[in-house]
Design a protein around this ligand. Sequence first.
Ligand code: GLA
Length: 388
Amino acid sequence: MNRTRIFPLRGVGAALLLSQFSCMPRDNNPERLTKATVVRAPFGVLPSGDSVHLFTLTNARGVELRVIDYGGLVISLKTKDRAGALADIVLGFDSLDGYLKSSPYFGALVGRYANRIAKGRFTLDGAAYTLAVNNGPNALHGGLRGFDKVVWRAEPKDDSTGVGVVLSYTSRDGEEGYPGNLNVRVTYTLTDRNAFAIDYLATADKATPINLTQHSYFNLAGDGAGDVLGHVVAIDADRYTPVDTTLIPTGTLEDVAGTPFDFRRGSAIGDHIGDANEQLRRAGGYDHNFVLNRTGPGLQHAVRVVEPKSGRTLDAETTEPGVQFYTGNFLDGTITGKGGHVYKRRNGFCLETQHFPDSPNQPSFPSTILRPGAEYRSRTVYTFGVAP
Ligand code: GLA
């Protein structure tokens, strides 16, 4: 990959695009660039005897993303702070063992259906389906052995879009209770403009619900830096989906105005997380789906996060209608992760771009049903930068 590929766009379009993102490198950026690389190495062996591989992606600016083919897990992501110092900004474990023992979906590629399906039941084209109930009375994140717990076929890639890994998996008809054989391909790309792009593609031979997402827990101050309450978050959403006591959407879309869910102008996570609010109480913090203000199909900017001390920023763009903003409310100090860091409540946050929870049981929500002959396509791009 040569330097000219860093700005493939030319002219007014390019200038407009670049001007929207203060986090993007400018032409006069003095940073020294190197060739982006993707390197494959062994990472461990599963109890089944299957080998797990690590893919280390490094872009021309030194940003490094580590992914394993078990669960499509993002196990490390190093980005620079204002002073140019790299830190790992995702929670996780040093070795495969941690992920196998008990992981709250750290870095996970979640499917076949991310988030909750009420009582693990849905009806599709007149047939009733039953899923494992693994979260109170509900089904969560694809079941007992969801896409985060299988080994994906993985191929490195290195092309004009960046370095990456192409992950493929065939989920069999009836797996975890879902109908139809589902062929899934997820491409992780790290670009030289410090973007981590995730492209999802799936086809099925029977109608099935599908909702794929990435479940990385971020802490832009660095893994192990404590809570994320000082991170300033802006979410482009006028509404969110309030939940019942088991975190299933009630079906109504509530206006965020005048509530702790109003992140439209940007506020610190800690500003209102402790407010006396029934929705916050039910979830123990933020664990809600925000209804993004979309103006049509395609990739749109959804969330910006700024960590004031390090200066690190994260911009999330997505083609999805919603984002589950989760503030690590279930982390309780019982997990020791990378470098011996003990993960406590609110030590990380997730921005799980997705369709709304429990859509298969909520006729008023955008449909999550994939039918034979159709393609499921979804794209999310997380771009990392620094605030001035
Ligand atoms: C999602 C859910 C949360 C929780 C985490 C994993 O964010 O919405 O309630 O289950 O995954 O712990």
